[in-house]
Ligand binder design. Structure first.
Ligand SMILES: NC(=O)C[C@H](N)C(=O)O
Length: 346
């Protein structure tokens, strides 16, 4: 049964934060394509037959396609979510978001929000409002139900994505299809839950990762590019980043963390110029570790002092690098690697 609070106290219990995405998009004749057009209020009112709106406080945070998500957006959203979670009158948060970068926002919140109990559930849609198979209403209703069920709170899973009836952990989720109505997958790690008509089947315990404190103010915005290993990579590959004084790069290496000879020399040059290199795998599962010898083998990269980012995927490593390298207080060399993992390392 969906828990329905009375709003006699005047305090809403569920915060719905809208940011945009296909879920609020319609065709724009002048631009010749879809753009956000439906207000948060209209979106919420469209599910009034399913949900007691008196239990909801709506915050219209942004009206963007999620391709426009940047560090400032993530920082401000995280601060807002934390502030609402710390409010005793709030039971949980639902965030409406575009699917293109939903997994990045989910992971950013996963690594920055302190919420041992209260759920933060992110959802969106793959079809625009005017489509006959519009999935926005079902997804937002499910997300609100997830926040409302008492066992969700008992499950205490922090941040999750609820989409097409499936509940994903930010650690495992990936948008795998560009137009399917059920585009997200948690691969062989598995879902953390599935929606039933009036309950949730919890399937896996969500993983906890180390929370990285956000600075009080976002003083500088650092950009951490993601570079892929590929046959034919050359020694001057990273020269532009050196010239433009980038602080850090994510290198997506083959397998357990290997690159060709030329890319090794490009990385060596970048490290000599003070760029921090974070190494991740191009594989979906496993992670990076040092085992191969010779130039470009993962041991040679480790010996250059690159950070081996354990089981993080490229976007996750980019999020962590952005958080850690942005915050002087976290830059102790011996401590750095503990942040670059989805596990809490001893
Ligand atoms: N399905 C979607 O929401 C895709 C859209 N381009 C977005 O990420 O905002």
């Amino acid at each position: 049964m969906l828990r329905r609070f009375s709003s006699q106290s005047g305090n809403a219990r569920i915060i719905v934060i809208t940011t945009g995405g296909t879920i609020v998009q319609k065709f724009d004749k002048d631009l010749g394509g879809y753009v956000p057009k439906t207000s948060g209020k209209e979106l919420i009112e469209s599910i009034s037959s399913e949900i007691n709106l008196e239990t909801i406080e709506l915050i219209e945070f942004a009206m963007i396609d999620s391709r426009a998500v940047d560090l400032k957006f993530l920082y401000n959203l995280s601060k807002l979510v934390q502030q609402k979670i710390d409010d005793n009158f709030v039971d949980g948060i639902v965030i409406i978001h575009g699917t293109d970068t939903m997994e990045i926002t989910a992971y950013f919140l996963h690594r920055t929000i302190n919420s041992p109990k209260k759920p933060v559930v992110i959802t969106g849609a793959m079809r625009v409002v005017t489509n006959s198979d519009y999935d926005g209403k079902a997804n937002i209703t499910n997300a609100i139900k997830q926040v409302s069920y008492p066992e969700t709170v008992l499950h205490g899973h922090g941040v999750s994505i609820n989409f097409a009836g499936k509940i994903h952990s930010p650690v495992n989720v990936h948008k795998e299809h560009s137009f399917a109505i059920d585009p997200f997958s948690s691969g062989s790690f598995g879902l953390i839950g599935m929606m039933h008509t009036s309950r949730i089947d919890w399937l896996n315990n969500p993983k906890k990762s180390l929370v990285i404190p956000l600075p009080d103010k976002l003083e500088k915005v650092i950009s951490v590019p993601i570079i892929h290993a590929f046959p034919g990579a050359c020694t001057d590959l990273l020269d532009g980043f050196i010239q433009n004084k980038y602080q850090a790069l994510i290198v997506v290496a083959y397998g357990s963390g290997n690159v060709n000879n030329n890319m090794y020399y490009a990385i060596k040059k970048a490290t000599e110029h003070g760029i921090r290199i974070v190494l991740v795998t191009n594989c979906k599962y496993g992670g990076v570790y040092a085992e191969y010898g010779g130039i470009g083998g993962n041991q040679s990269l480790r010996d250059l002092g690159v950070i081996m980012a354990d089981d993080l995927n490229p976007y996750q490593a980019m999020v962590v690098a952005t958080l850690v390298f942005h915050n002087e207080k976290l830059l102790d060399k011996n401590e750095l690697s503990k942040y670059f993992s989805n596990k809490i390392l001893d």
